[in-house]
Design a protein around this ligand. Structure first.
Ligand SMILES: Nc1ncnc2c1ncn2[C@@H]1O[C@H](COP(=O)(O)OP(=O)(O)OP(=O)(O)O)[C@@H](O)[C@H]1O
Length: 195
């Protein structure tokens, strides 16, 4: 469970939010909406500790594992999909366990067919699938997604939305999802924050 209490954040004179409080339910899908520049990404960064709030508190369990799926997929293009997926693994796990995990997650994210391809050769949809696999490989408790579908066309967006819903239900992580798209918000949202 994550809770924010009375969070305030500004950059100079630009006040983004004031005394914002919210409880993110476990295994829930929370959508953060708001116009461009309203502070959606900044709020995600505060939640994962990449940015600090001016006032207020962020509470989360000590062992809470977070993953981040960025708007630009931020893959390493000189590496293969497989190498990107396992890049951030910090735990010590055996080769066999690592391979089992990659196999399971790449099947669920539909990227098993291009695991050995360099990500520079992949399409936008395939790249976002690798990003999802990379986010899930450590079995996180919370996944933060910052407009992950904004670069995709309508049909691909639909397919990826189905995948995200399937993955959230299967792996039971709390999903905190930033979007300015009403369709995406409606498909996903169980709790909402409007900035
Ligand atoms: N490190 C920073 N220093 C100064 N200003 C910043 C910094 N980070 C963000 N801002 C400003 O804070 C505001 C909110 O930025 P943020 O990226 O959180 O908005 P957003 O709602 O995610 O926008 P978008 O939908 O366009 O991605 C913007 O005006 C941005 O220029």
């Amino acid at each position: 469970m994550i809770r924010i209490s009375n969070i305030t954040k500004s950059f100079g004179d630009n006040l983004l939010f004031k005394n914002l409080s919210f409880e993110f339910n476990e295994n829930s899908r929370i959508v953060i909406q708001g116009k461009s520049g309203s502070g959606k990404t900044t709020l995600l960064k505060i939640l994962c500790g990449l940015e600090s709030a001016d006032n207020g508190t962020v509470e989360k369990d000590e062992k809470c594992k977070l993953s981040y799926v960025f708007q630009q997929d931020c893959l390493f293009d000189h590496l293969t999909a497989f190498q990107n997926i396992v890049f951030g693994i910090s735990e010590t796990i055996s080769k066999e366990e690592l391979w089992n995990r990659v196999k399971r997650i790449s099947i669920d994210t539909c990227c098993q067919e291009f695991l050995n391809q360099k990500t520079s050769t992949l399409s936008g949809g395939q790249r976002q699938r690798v990003s999802l696999a990379r986010a899930l490989i450590q079995f996180p408790d919370v996944v933060l997604m910052d407009e992950p579908l904004s670069h995709l066309d309508k049909e691909l967006k639909r397919k990826m939305m189905d995948s995200i819903l399937f993955l959230q239900e299967k792996y039971k992580f709390t999903l905190i999802y930033v979007t300015h798209d009403d369709w995406e918000a409606k498909q996903l949202g169980q709790q909402f924050i409007q900035l």
